[in-house]
Design a protein around this ligand. Structure first.
Ligand code: URA
Length: 215
């Protein structure tokens, strides 16, 4: 799969399958069930790229012909961190690909006036210092909630952190990297800009509402 690296820390996953599905998701008349299904499919495809350099370990197995040492992913060392609520739409596809991973949740809401992130929920597995954290949040918009989520996550001292979004705004990427230059971002597209309400344009609207049919 091709990954265009725009800066050392931003990976745009420009595989045609991802781009095709994203185009379908952007369209305003897509049904809730189709939106959800496509997000699941895209997250599986993105997981492939995000986990490309995951640590593996050799285990002894026996083929029908002989014994050999063969690599397996240290799946139990991965933690997917869902930024509620839209991040949950990314989770099932990721877990299909890395079923042994643990899951943490961070609840943040955007203050509608200041657009600043406020925390209301935080639950991580133990032993975070042994785990590679993959943060899931489909829309990297202002970057405020993404930066706050990663700030909070860093308190648990995971072994590494990477951030996965479906769409990113240039403003959000700048803000995120100003706070966390050490955290790579994986996204399917970088859109033009944010509008006055903090929405990504052209974007796809409110990802949570479209996923859960809550408009
Ligand atoms: N959150 C969304 O769901 N959509 C946006 O465009 C920005 C933030």
């Amino acid at each position: 799969m091709n990954t265009a690296t725009t800066t050392p820390q931003v990976h745009v996953i420009d595989h045609p399958l991802v781009q095709h599905k994203l185009t379908l998701m952007r369209q305003k008349d897509l049904s809730t069930s189709s939106f959800r299904r496509l997000l699941g499919e895209i997250s599986m495809l993105m997981a492939y790229e995000v986990t490309r350099d995951m640590p593996t370990q050799l285990i002894e197995i026996e083929t029908p012909l002989e014994k050999m040492m063969s690599p397996v992913i240290e799946g139990r060392k991965t933690v997917f961190v869902v930024v509620m609520r839209a991040g949950s739409g990314f989770l099932d596809g990721m877990l299909e690909v890395v079923p042994g991973a643990r899951v943490g949740h961070i609840g943040l809401y955007r203050d509608p006036k200041t657009l600043v992130a406020v925390e209301y929920y935080f639950k991580m597995p133990g032993d975070m210092h042994e785990r590679d954290a993959i943060v899931l949040d489909p829309m990297l918009a202002t970057g405020n909630s993404a930066a706050a989520a990663v700030e909070r996550l860093k308190e648990t001292r995971p072994r590494s952190i990477r951030f996965v979004s479906l769409l990113a705004a240039p403003e959000g990427l700048s803000r995120f990297h100003a706070h966390h230059p050490d955290v790579p971002v994986y996204t399917a597209a970088i859109d033009r800009q944010l509008n006055d309400h903090g929405y990504i344009v052209p974007g796809l609207g409110d990802a949570g509402d479209r996923m859960f049919g809550t408009k």
